[in-house]
Ligand binder design. Structure first.
Ligand code: ATP
Length: 792
């Protein structure tokens, strides 16, 4: 056990002894004997690994085998709940694989965006170990509760009111070697990693190289060149000028780091048009030298002209031509390259990425509207940094998506009388009300925590789209949480541009509903997996496409945080797309090496990475990596490896056991082994990763990582084991994963540019399974399941 971990545990122990009786039960137990794996308990568990659905009996038998006495089992800190909860909450073993998989997979996303430990406490009493009616932070949805595992806020010590440490405070994420002096104000992790780094001569694992602290801090500047020094008089004059021109001041005051969120906080909770029109309360305004607000907008909030709102025509115009998909990596060109942007009028130092302006302006208009209808005001609510709101606003600055808002040739108005407003669009004719441009067609596609998704047909060309209608605010939900969710999806949806990410066509606010029009994909990946018709090559293709989408997200500083089969759709050409960015967060801002940790138990139980359930803050990138590996395992096994990554789940407990360590917290906080002398002099060997997968008995397939891995094809085992390393610091990062020989060898269907359009180049060793449209989406599968139940 590392001294660091020991320190952490001692701290917890002390905290535990000082707190309530409940917390004393959370004390770390490290003695293997105290949690022997007992066959009976395991027997109750239904979530076992098997290579296919017919092997359930064999699996059950295997699970009842006594675990050799020599192997270690793991215990989890803060595990009162875990130890007291029953194995009965695991998947029902008697069920067919497919049905348990189906039941379990209708999982809601739980999210507590950026909540503090205290705020989590508010929900603590609602925790329900049985899972069926557990708390969804969204308060439920239209899907039948028996059909889903609701992600609960059940993890760890949230109920005990303890402040759970940040994961990065116990492992060295940071890389402060290059600017040691600058990091004096940084967290412990920086100094820890600094010494760690010094000790081991810079042998950094590849997945932590880009980050040098978990705090955003401005770099210190020792000396400033004279030409950059502005005299006091000049400054005063400038500020007087600025007072006369608040619009310009506001525009210039928008900074990349942090201020977006607080300004957005004001924006969202503006009480009325008066407040909104006050630049000090509204926060976001448009550059004075832009074309200014459109007086043609029939919006009382805007009509007085005192609030500088992006000219919608401009924003709309800006989105038409440049929205065609750009190959990954071309975003910086788009971001700064378009000559027609209003931002080009600003000197570089004052300009902010265009799409930020557009998004913010659009959002401002939208939320002023909605605040006058749905949301009552509350100016006191500040939205914290790192929340999905700030996240959302930060996204465009990273991304190429400014192209969405670059010059174009849109209809002269994007607003229409009374009924609705297109917030974002790169669709023709968006000046016409949504309801006059689209008709609903067919069955609903699905519904989840964020809203319901329907199929619509565009009248003008009969093209089919998926429309997500965001749910309205729940009564017991804070406006902050609601707004965060919507904003996050809005910003991200309008920003991302990659073949493996769903394309947002437009976002419309109409009759108090928020509608996101997306490209339609004919199948849910979940439904395809459930058809049991996928070939191995097809599974690999889908997996690589998912990873490609993740690689794109991570490359622009975003993490999805809710990767699961349900959030992957696939079109009839075999192109997989990631959907549902309601839980996504920014982990890195442009031009910054700082890691912005994520917080909250967000995601769906079976796909959750263990650190999410243990730490209040964590790096969200390894979380995506873990979830992607679980998706792969699900596609191969047609079932979940476990129901939840907590020790109360016997399958997960067995997976964690049999290693050279007996405590889950130690395993999770492990750091890569420093390279030995030999390794550091041999690039090949250097790659051999330290990991928490250290196995006591590699031949025992009932316990340890091989419990899962042995069920997977051999060539996949190496990289999957790197992806499901219990320690996020040891987990492979996305670039490393893409370099894995097996991943590289996968023949993947992909989109390539073909003149102005894109065409799909199919993988050469497989075809993609198609299923009947009645069973192509989760809603259809649910219906079928209900029908089957009734017939039985
Ligand atoms: N573009 C699309 N094309 C086809 N089907 C889609 C599309 N977008 C969503 N769906 C279907 O709608 C379902 C719900 O969508 P989504 O995940 O965005 O909703 P949600 O309310 O955010 O769900 P969750 O509970 O996972 O947060 C998906 O599982 C999928 O079946």
């Amino acid at each position: 056990m590392s001294s660091l971990t020991r320190l952490l545990q001692e701290k917890r122990k002390n905290e535990a002894s000082n707190s309530s009786p409940r917390t004393s039960a959370d004390t770390l137990t490290t003695t293997p004997e105290s949690h022997p794996l007992d066959a009976q308990t395991r027997n109750k568990s239904s979530s076992h690994i098997a290579s296919d659905s017919n092997s359930s009996n064999g699996e059950r038998n295997r699970a009842t085998m006594p675990v050799p006495g020599s192997v270690t089992t793991v215990t989890q800190i803060y595990s009162e709940e875990d130890s007291s909860s029953t194995a009965g909450s695991s998947l029902d073993e008697r069920n067919q694989f497919s049905s348990s998989f189906l039941n379990s997979n209708f999982a809601h996303t739980a999210s507590l965006y950026g909540t503090s430990a205290q705020s989590k406490d508010r929900f603590g009493s609602l925790i329900n170990d049985q899972g069926a009616a557990g708390l969804s932070s969204y308060g439920g949805s239209s899907l039948a509760p028996q059909n889903r595992i609701t992600s609960r806020l059940s993890a760890t010590s949230h109920t005990s009111g303890k402040v759970i440490p940040s994961l990065s405070s116990s492992i060295p994420y940071s890389v402060p070697n290059s600017n040691k002096d600058n990091n004096s104000s940084n967290s412990n992790s920086s100094s820890l990693s600094s010494s760690w780094l010094e000790t081991y001569a810079g042998g950094l694992p590849s997945n932590i190289s880009a980050i040098d602290s978990n705090v955003i801090s401005s770099p210190k500047v020792d000396s400033v060149e004279p030409r950059f020094i502005i005299s006091k008089q000049k400054l005063q004059k400038a500020s007087m000028d600025n007072n006369n021109n608040t619009t310009a001041t506001q525009a210039r005051s928008i900074s990349r780091s942090g201020s977006f969120s607080s300004q957005l906080g004001n924006l969202f909770f503006s009480k009325n048009s008066k407040e909104s029109s006050n630049p000090n309360s509204a926060g976001m305004t448009y550059p004075a030298n832009s074309n200014g607000p459109s007086t043609s907008i029939k919006n009382s909030n805007v009509a007085n002209g005192s609030t500088a709102i992006p000219k919608p025509i401009r924003a709309r115009q800006s989105s038409i031509y440049s929205v065609s998909r750009q190959p990954t990596g071309s975003y910086t060109d788009n971001l700064y390259g378009s000559p027609s942007s209003v931002h080009d009028h600003l000197p570089p130092s004052q300009s902010v990425p265009r799409s930020q302006h557009s998004s913010i302006g659009d959002l401002k208009r939208f939320f002023k509207k909605s605040s006058s209808s749905n949301l009552s005001s509350n100016n006191n609510n500040a939205i914290p940094n790192g929340s999905p709101v700030s996240t959302g606003m930060a996204v465009p600055s990273h991304s190429h998506s400014s192209s969405h808002f670059a010059a174009g040739n849109y209809p002269s108005s994007n607003s229409y009388n009374g009924n609705g407003d297109t917030i974002y669009s790169h669709a023709h004719g968006s000046a016409v009300p949504f309801s006059k441009r689209y008709v609903k067609t067919g069955e609903d596609l699905g519904a989840g925590a964020g809203g319901s998704v329907k199929l619509v047909q565009r009248i003008v060309d009969n093209q089919i789209f998926a429309v997500k209608e965001f749910r309205t605010k729940f009564e017991n939900e804070s406006k902050r949480d609601y707004v965060k969710k919507i904003t996050s999806e809005y910003c991200i949806g309008t920003t991302l541009n990659h073949p493996n990410i769903i394309e947002t066509i437009e976002i419309v606010y109409e009759n108090d509903r928020i509608l996101q029009v997306m490209e339609y994909c004919e199948y849910d990946l979940f439904a395809i997996v459930m058809s049991n018709k996928m070939s191995y090559e097809e599974i690999c293709c889908c997996f690589k496409q998912i990873l490609t989408g993740v690689q794109y997200l991570h490359s622009i500083g975003l993490a999805h945080r809710d990767l699961k089969l349900d959030n992957c759709v696939i079109n009839e050409k075999g192109v997989v797309k990631l959907i549902d960015f309601g839980a996504a967060v920014v982990f890195s801002y442009p031009f910054s090496k700082n890691l912005v940790e994520a917080s909250g138990i967000v995601g769906s139980d079976p796909y959750l990475a263990p650190e999410v359930c243990i730490f209040a803050k964590y790096d969200p990138r390894p979380v995506d990596i873990w979830s992607s590996a679980i998706i792969f395992a699900c596609m191969i096994l047609k079932k979940f490896p476990w129901k939840i990554p907590k020790l109360r789940d016997n399958s997960f407990k067995l997976f964690c056991s049999g290693r050279d360590c007996d405590s889950l917290s130690s395993l999770v906080t492990r750091t890569p082994d420093p390279p030995s002398y030999d390794e550091s002099h041999s690039p090949e060997k250097k790659k051999s990763e330290g990991s928490s997968n250290n196995v006591s008995d590699p031949n025992n397939v009932n316990i340890g990582p091989q419990r899962l891995l042995h069920s997977l094809p051999e060539e996949t085992q190496h990289i999957i084991s790197r992806m499901i390393d219990l320690a996020p610091a040891c987990r492979g990062n996305i670039d490393e994963i893409m370099e894995d020989p097996w991943i590289r060898s996968i023949s993947m269907c992909r989109m390539v540019e073909d003149g102005l359009a894109f065409k799909v180049v199919e993988g050469d060793d497989h075809h993609h399974t198609q299923v009947d449209q009645s069973e192509a989406h989760i809603a259809g599968l649910e219906k079928k399941k209900k029908k089957d139940k009734q017939n039985n």
